[in-house]
Design a protein around this ligand. Structure first.
Ligand code: SME
Length: 183
């Protein structure tokens, strides 16, 4: 069940947009991975529906994923700026700022416009090690109206942390977010 709480008392799901100046707190207790991603997508919908600024929406998305997806050491965005990936809002350690298309896991996802599910980053030729603790990675391209907006990147210190359920969940989440990540 997902509750969006404002200040002292929980309020009904989906009403968060009425409290733009307030404090949000999410209590997500999902019984399965698919339920977890459904609830995260609902929460992100509430957080971003009325906000036109792409950076603000990426920042809240990164914070929400960081808080509720277990076993991550990095969660965030790279934006497509002029045909190069540039670091966007994220949670985790400082990261490489610019990644050319085709380089690393992120650049591969951008160039191929395909989700990259990497069980062992050391086995991925060209992986860019921003944090030596990373062992597995999931990168989902963000495409809106045929344009590549950027990528969502999740890293974990555990081998094979991500599976096809995570990929499908993140792709659904990115599909909702994509039009809200465009200026
Ligand atoms: N490992 C990524 C670089 C970005 S960081 O993980 C934040 C890659 O190979 O593209």
């Amino acid at each position: 069940m997902l509750l969006i709480a404002l200040g002292r008392g929980p309020i009904a799901q989906g009403r968060a947009r009425a409290y733009i100046a307030g404090m949000y707190a999410f209590d997500i207790a999902a019984g399965s991975k698919s339920e977890l991603y459904r609830e995260l997508t609902t929460a992100l919908d509430s957080l971003t529906a009325d906000e036109p600024d792409p950076i603000a929406n990426m920042a809240n998305a990164a914070a929400l994923l960081w808080e509720f997806l277990p076993d991550l050491n990095w969660a965030g965005f790279y934006r497509n700026l002029g045909g190069e990936l540039v670091l966007g809002p994220f949670q985790g350690k400082v990261a490489c700022i610019r990644i050319p298309f085709g380089k690393g896991v992120c650049g591969t996802a951008a160039a191929e416009r395909e989700t990259q599910l990497v069980e062992d980053v050391n086995a991925f030729s060209g992986h860019i090690a921003c944090d030596s603790a990373s062992r597995s990675e999931l990168v989902v391209p963000i495409v809106h109206q045929g344009e590549l907006i950027g990528v969502l990147d999740l890293d974990s210190p555990s081998l094979a942390r991500f599976d096809h359920g995570d990929a499908a969940g993140c792709e659904a989440l990115v599909a909702l977010l994509a039009p809200r990540l465009v200026a």
